[in-house]
Design a protein around this ligand. Structure first.
Ligand SMILES: [Zn+2]
Ligand SMILES: [Zn+2]
Ligand SMILES: [Zn+2]
Length: 174
């Protein structure tokens, strides 16, 4: 689909791993915005909601529900584990949080306003973020020909990254 050297902006920001999320300046800026989104929907701000939104805003990688619960337990030990999972589902229902499937493992969560497509390398596990409109053409075709509305970002696109492709099948010197 993407010709070699296509000018698609890819952000190798998204990683999945066991490392603890780090606090980023970007995350700190986003939190007030998220709390505002909750208020605009007429929703209460509970400790669990605050803790989860803070964890999601500050994570520089996608976290599973289990990883998020570990993070919230660290920052807000009084919040029960069951409450964290229930709150995550509430935030999803409110359209503030979304999950995506990067592979065979559990789903990972990110903020719904940060929509993008995931490209997962089956060789090295690297996750690359691509623009959400990557499949705009396919979306149009599906809508016209099948009356089907595609939601491409619910699942990742699997394949082989540039590096792994180069290792398997080196490009001829130019
Ligand atoms: Zn992502
Ligand atoms: Zn799902
Ligand atoms: Zn790879």
């Amino acid at each position: 689909m993407l010709a070699h050297g296509a000018q698609v902006q890819m952000r190798p920001r998204c990683r999945v791993g066991p490392t603890a999320p780090t606090l980023t300046a970007v995350g700190q800026e986003r939190l007030p915005e998220l709390l505002d989104a909750l208020r605009r929907r007429g929703e209460r701000l509970t400790t669990a909601r605050y803790a989860l939104l803070a964890a999601l805003a500050q994570a520089d990688e996608h976290l599973t529900a289990d990883q998020l619960s570990v993070e919230v337990a660290r920052t807000h030990p009084a919040v029960h584990r069951a409450t964290i999972y229930r709150t995550l589902e509430t935030l999803r229902r409110l359209g503030i949080v979304e999950h995506t499937h990067l592979g065979h493992g559990p789903a990972v969560y990110h903020l719904a306003d940060d929509v993008h497509q995931h490209l997962v390398c089956e060789e090295c596990g690297r996750v690359v973020e691509a623009p959400a409109d990557l499949f705009a053409g396919v979306e149009d075709t599906l809508r016209h020909n099948f009356g089907f509305t595609m939601r491409a970002n619910h699942f990742a696109i699997v394949g082989r990254c540039q590096e792994c492709s180069d290792r398997v099948r080196p490009h001829p010197a130019t």
